[in-house]
Design a binder for this molecule. Structure first.
Ligand SMILES: Nc1ncnc2c1ncn2[C@@H]1O[C@H](COP(=O)(O)OP(=O)(O)O)[C@@H](O)[C@H]1O
Ligand SMILES: [Mg+2]
Length: 257
């Protein structure tokens, strides 16, 4: 007789695998022996308090900071490659401070981001109708939420194997947070996303998996909802109460929301 394990469908190969990733910045160990995988579909959240190494982990993956360990994209080792090669392989990076070219128009910002021979302009126009209407506006005069949309649109113009999106809702008004989250949900139908996100309401809405960091190390991995529903884990690793996890209300100023 066969066992239940034999009947389990084979796990789809992850799009990104990180194994024993370590990185130092200015002599300080900021990423330490980090291992996790990102599935080939949906959104995986990278969580943790401020300063635990989320941004550094993303930068280490694409080689923006020196690191040791294994990084595998779609089954191929990439950790020896230069950043531009990793990006060319299909890694879209939306950095924390949503840098746009302030003195260029929205249309110019988008055109500059086109890397592929056939950029996905139609997808971007569908996902960001507001940007289409503002094509001629200087990006520096956009609101924070609109600049975030430009930043996401720039990454979505190209066909990527994965997007690395760092704190896209940081500092945005609640209504705009919802709009950015809805856009990410739509984007995730076309590309898997590793998402750094402090707003647990957004994590609950979007993420299937969660990887939690503390002090540069992975302290928890699993289903996002299992983590969000575990008051003890939330409190231990993020320093917020369960209420915050369900409603997205800040508990400790500057803590996790
Ligand atoms: N450019 C830098 N110079 C010195 N220390 C840095 C630099 N960038 C990050 N760090 C330190 O590395 C640690 C991890 O930072 P970071 O990856 O930005 O955390 P997170 O994104 O989780 O908030 C922190 O202690 C931070 O102070
Ligand atoms: Mg960060």
């Amino acid at each position: 007789m066969s066992t239940a394990a034999e009947h389990r469908p084979a796990e789809a190969a992850p799009i990104l695998r990180v194994e024993g990733l370590s990185a130092r910045i200015a002599g300080q160990q900021v990423v330490e022996d980090v291992s996790f995988t990102v599935p080939a579909t949906g959104i995986t959240a990278l969580l943790g308090r401020n300063g635990v190494g989320k941004t550094s982990t993303i930068k280490a993956i694409i080689g923006l900071i020196d690191r040791t360990g294994v990084v595998e994209l779609a089954g191929e080792r990439i950790e020896k490659e230069a950043t531009f090669k990793i990006i060319q392989r299909g890694v879209g990076y939306v950095p924390e401070d949503r840098e746009v070219f302030s003195g260029l128009t929205v249309a110019e910002n988008l055109r500059l981001a086109e890397r592929d021979a056939s950029p996905r302009r139609q997808l971007v126009e569908e996902l960001f109708p507001d940007l289409l209407a503002r094509a001629g506006q200087m990006a520096g005069t956009l609101s924070g939420g609109q600049q975030q949309m430009v930043s996401l649109a720039r990454a979505l113009l190209n066909t990527n194997k994965i997007l690395l999106v760092d704190e896209p809702t940081k500092g945005l008004a609640p209504k705009i947070v919802g709009e950015v989250a809805d856009t990410l949900a739509e984007a995730a139908k076309t590309v898997p996303i590793l998402l750094v996100e402090q707003n647990l309401h957004v994590v609950r809405q979007l993420a299937e998996g969660a990887v939690v960091l503390s002090g540069g190390r992975v302290v928890h991995t699993g289903r996002a909802l299992d983590f969000l529903d575990d008051a003890g884990l939330i409190h231990r690793h993020l320093g917020v109460s369960t209420d915050a996890a369900s409603h997205g209300d800040p508990v400790e100023k500057g803590a996790a929301l």
